[in-house]
Design a binder for this molecule. Structure first.
Ligand SMILES: [Zn+2]
Length: 135
């Protein structure tokens, strides 16, 4: 049900933003999905469709564009930043990291200084990236 709650939050945010911009109709909503966000994309898309179908004319016909934000890490020891490259991992480990990002700490090391002490600086969360509409 996690996906439904997120979809509802995205639509509510879009409507609020549209009212602030005094839009009559939202034509397109761009949603960013973090690569490490635990979300079932097909369920999320289905939830968005279902919620939009029950909405009023402000948002009902909006096209939803989903974009993935690649994960990025920053080393706490040397401040090096790098992107998450799944091809360096066995498929089952890459999969585990996608669903439980904390697992990354067991497998990922800073490529510069080999420290296991890093933070995730991109690739988590779901948010409204942009909105298009008619005034
Ligand atoms: Zn480092």
């Amino acid at each position: 049900m996690h996906e439904w709650a997120l979809a509802e939050a995205v639509i509510a945010t879009a409507k609020r933003a549209a009212r602030e911009k005094k839009l009559r109709r939202i034509t397109e909503i761009t949603v960013k999905l973090g690569e490490l966000q635990q979300i079932e994309r097909t369920v999320f898309e289905f939830a968005l469709e279902q919620i939009l179908a029950q909405e009023d004319a402000l948002v009902r016909h909006a096209k939803v564009v989903l974009e993935t934000e690649r994960a990025r890490f920053r080393c706490r020891a040397c401040h090096h930043e790098w992107a998450f490259e799944t091809e360096h991992f066995a498929p089952e480990i890459a999969e585990a990291i996608h669903f439980v990002p904390e697992i990354a700490h067991a497998y990922v090391r800073c490529p510069s200084c080999r420290s296991p002490d890093f933070e995730v600086i991109a690739g988590r969360g779901v948010w409204l990236a942009s909105l298009k509409g008619e005034e």
